[in-house]
Design a protein around this ligand. Structure first.
Ligand SMILES: [Zn+2]
Length: 180
């Protein structure tokens, strides 16, 4: 069998460098009206068409300015399924509404993440103080392992994992305090 040639990796993106706060996931699409899909997002369409049902109604084609994703539906076979009533002005307003909703989501996520990072730091400081007190045992391998796990949890920055970890380490009381 002929050996295949070997190529070096063509790296497009460097590995993420560990930082105190990893960037949260955020949308990368250009058009917030259709998420670059060409069809207006269902929850946005429902803001214009009362009781909009994406399974039964024609699909509103995005006509947002600068968005050409909808062009792929402008064929004879598909155009019968497409709703062309969403003007550029409507799409522009829906785009703005969706951007604001995303900003709010990101803000909330960041607040939660920061609160959790602060709590974990406090726990670490308490542990460090405890170790300094005379008569207490030194930091055990188990303590070190716990701290390492918390660090990796923060760096992975998965809000769900963080929430689970915070529940485990801080108990339910933390959530009652932080939600107010
Ligand atoms: Zn669009």
């Amino acid at each position: 069998m002929n050996k295949l040639p070997q190529l070096p990796r063509a790296i497009m993106r460097k590995e993420d460098e560990p930082r105190d706060e990893k960037e949260l996931w955020q949308p990368t699409w250009n058009c917030f009206c259709c998420h670059d899909f060409g069809i207006v997002q269902s929850h946005l369409a429902a803001m214009v068409i009362k009781e909009f049902n994406p399974n039964r109604d024609k699909l509103p084609r995005c006509q947002n300015r600068g968005c050409s994703a909808g062009e792929r539906y402008d064929t004879n076979t598909l155009s019968g399924c497409i709703d062309y009533r969403f003007s550029p002005e409507i799409c522009q307003k829906l785009d703005a509404a969706e951007r604001e909703a995303w900003r709010e989501t990101m803000r909330t996520q960041r607040q939660h993440l920061n609160a959790q990072i602060n709590s974990l730091r406090e726990q670490e400081q308490k542990l460090a103080q405890k170790m300094k007190m005379p008569g207490t045992c030194s930091r055990t391998a188990e303590d070190n392992r716990e701290v390492a796990i918390r660090h990796s949890e923060i760096l992975n920055a998965d809000p769900n994992k963080l929430a689970a970890a915070a529940h485990k380490h801080l108990g339910d009381g933390y959530w009652e305090d932080s939600s107010s």
